[in-house]
Design a protein. Structure first.
Length: 108
């Protein structure tokens, strides 16, 4: 009975690999794109830690105010040839996000 179970496991993994389906061994190895996309950006500016990943038509910036007072983070978005400033004011310790069309030009 044990031989049949071992054969079934080997056959399932082999068939999954042949079809391009994640098998037991493949599932244990995380893909780098699932962990952190290549377009991931992070950093800090003054009181804020921030991050974003490049989107297709919009971008979401995640932020965290690490200071013990209210502070403002300036985010410059670019949509086509137009740049616009979005100032995010957050209380001490606040976390949040802001989503806009376009891509990020700079954060300060």
């Amino acid at each position: 009975m044990r031989r049949i179970a071992q054969f079934a496991t080997v056959a399932t993994v082999a068939l999954g690999s042949a079809l391009g389906v994640a098998g037991v061994a493949d599932a244990a190895t995380p893909s780098p794109t699932l962990v952190r996309p290549m377009s991931y950006h992070s950093g800090s500016s003054g009181c804020f830690n921030w991050s974003w990943a490049d989107g297709i038509t919009s971008t979401t910036v995640y932020y965290h105010n690490t200071c013990n007072y209210t502070a403002t983070l300036d985010i410059w978005w670019k949509t086509g040839s137009v740049q616009s400033l979005h100032a995010v004011t957050a209380k001490a310790g606040a976390k949040g996000s802001i989503k806009e069309n376009g891509s990020i030009s700079s954060i300060s």
